[in-house]
Design a protein around this ligand. Structure first.
Ligand code: NAD
Length: 456
């Protein structure tokens, strides 16, 4: 399998994909290892993960450049991602004991009712490339702390990062029969679905998620899905500063070249402020530096996937054909690497793919709305349900709009934000189940109800 740098289109490495037999052997080893790993005191598992986090910090420069070179994320954003992953790990280190300890929920005379939390067993983590550290630690860290062993399949586009993660896990003291990285693409991922694993935790697109969910269903094991989105942002007419909101919205839409699951994917602006909003928004987008992600100051790098260039172009062309106005960008860039011009379209509508289908690139449509009612109706006109954000001076106004959103997360005066303290979940085609928060700690264990009846 060739690893290609999306900024230069050069082959930077060649890896051997895992074979079916190799994956089977890894699974058998993890099954044996799980029994010993679960038997360790929780504090021992926490200690090893703490060491892993320290190693992420001490190796950060190398890890960031590997990530930037294989998937095109600007270096500063790669460093930011690894630091963010360490913050999430800290949450798990500090909170797991509380949420995984036995709970006496009722005691009366000689009866004691207790919940104990047992690991699921051997789990699969099939992951995406856009934030390999962040979406990875959401799963494999609480899974390991909870006493599971993990078959970790990074995306084929971030295989080198996946191998770095494995290297540091082993260096931290995670045994080789507790964590194993699987290298390969779709076909390799399918092999995991054939194994009798005890849980499947997937991050990726809706289409793949749906396929995996269907394949896993007869196994009757937990199957969680963190999928894509078409996340809306609404700027109401009473915002304190149109300029500040436009700047924040642009960053939410264009960070990581728009390749975030919770990127702002469509924008609705109150008609009273839309002209100023578009002017400020375009000014901000045109100030972004585009180039090789390993160079300093670059905000927009290449896309990770070449085929996405044609998809974005088709969204732009269709929108223009149907009456949208191109404010900036609009084209695949004439240079080596998978670069697409940061693109802003206005006068868009919901009969255009750009307002309905996940773009996952540096591309945004801005639509005018007459009032909150119209904004709510358009924001809710989607099969996805990951996040939605509202910018307004009034918390009350925001709250009433946020209440009506059928999404896993809602934001007031912020966007494109994930916190380890809160559950991360999608509704509809954005997924099922939650990671992060105490809910994401408990996602990797199963409760067992103990009924103790007798003198104690
Ligand atoms: P993808 O669905 O193409 O691939 C995800 C993973 O699934 C990869 O490891 C891939 O090799 C594997 N895979 C592909 N086909 C498979 C199959 N048939 N059986 C088993 N495994 C298979 O997604 P991607 O391009 O890596 O990621 C981008 C998508 O992920 C976007 O839609 C994005 O919004 C979403 N995402 C969601 C979240 C979230 O938290 N909700 C986070 C990050 C990314």
């Amino acid at each position: 399998m060739e690893i290609i740098n999306p900024a230069t289109e050069e082959v930077i490495s060649t890896l051997t994909e895992d074979s079916k037999e190799g994956i089977q052997a890894k699974f058998e080893s993890l099954s044996k290892g799980q029994i010993e790993w679960e038997a360790k005191p929780l504090s021992d598992r926490i200690e090893v993960i703490e060491k892993f986090s320290e190693l992420l910090k001490t190796n950060i420069d190398k890890l960031a450049s590997v990530l930037s070179e294989e998937m095109g994320k600007p270096l500063a954003q790669s460093i930011g991602e690894i630091k963010g992953a360490c913050k999430r790990i800290k949450f798990f280190l500090e909170n797991s004991e509380k949420w995984l300890s036995n709970e006496v929920v009722h005691a009366e005379d000689e009866l004691q009712e207790v919940i104990k939390y047992e690991p699921l067993g051997v789990i699969a983590n099939i992951s995406a490339w856009n934030y390999p550290y962040l979406v990875g630690v959401n799963v494999f860290i609480p899974a390991l702390i909870g006493g599971n062993t993990v078959l970790y399949k990074p995306s084929e586009l971030t295989s080198l990062t996946g191998l770095e993660i494995q290297r540091l896990m082993f260096e931290a003291g995670v045994p080789e029969n507790v964590f194993q990285t699987i290298i390969g693409g779709k076909e390799v991922g399918k092999v995991l679905l054939e194994l009798p694993l005890d849980g499947y935790f997937f991050t990726g697109s809706y289409n793949t998620g749906k396929y995996i969910y269907e394949q896993v269903a007869p196994k009757m094991v937990p199957c969680q899905m963190e999928l894509g989105g078409k996340d809306p942002l609404y700027a109401a007419d009473d915002v304190d500063s149109v300029k500040d909101v436009a700047k924040a919205a642009a960053e939410g839409a264009f960070y990581n070249a728009g390749q975030s699951c919770c990127s702002v994917e469509r924008i609705y602006v109150h008609e009273k402020i839309i002209d100023e909003f578009i002017e400020q928004f375009v000014k901000e987008v045109e100030s972004y530096q585009i180039g090789n992600p390993i160079e300093p100051g670059i905000f927009i790098g290449p896309l990770a996937r070449k085929p996405q260039l044609d998809f974005l172009k088709s969204q732009v062309d269709q929108a223009i054909e149907r009456g949208a106005e191109l404010r900036t960008g609009g084209n695949i860039m004439d240079r080596s690497g998978y670069y697409f011009e940061p693109t802003v379209l206005s006068n868009v509508s919901h009969d255009m793919s750009i307002m309905k289908e996940e773009s996952f690139g540096p591309l945004i449509g801005i639509q005018s709305v007459a009032d909150d009612k119209e904004a709510i109706s358009l924001m809710q006109d989607t099969v996805y349900g990951l996040t939605a954000s509202v910018y307004t001076r009034s918390k009350e106004r925001a709250d009433s709009i946020m209440n009506k959103m059928n999404t896993g997360s809602v934001y007031w005066n912020c966007c494109d934000r994930v916190s380890a303290n809160l559950p991360w979940s999608g509704r509809g085609n954005s997924g099922i189940g939650a990671t992060l928060s105490h809910i994401g700690i408990r996602a990797f264990v199963q409760p067992k109800a103990y009924h103790f009846n007798g003198p104690q």
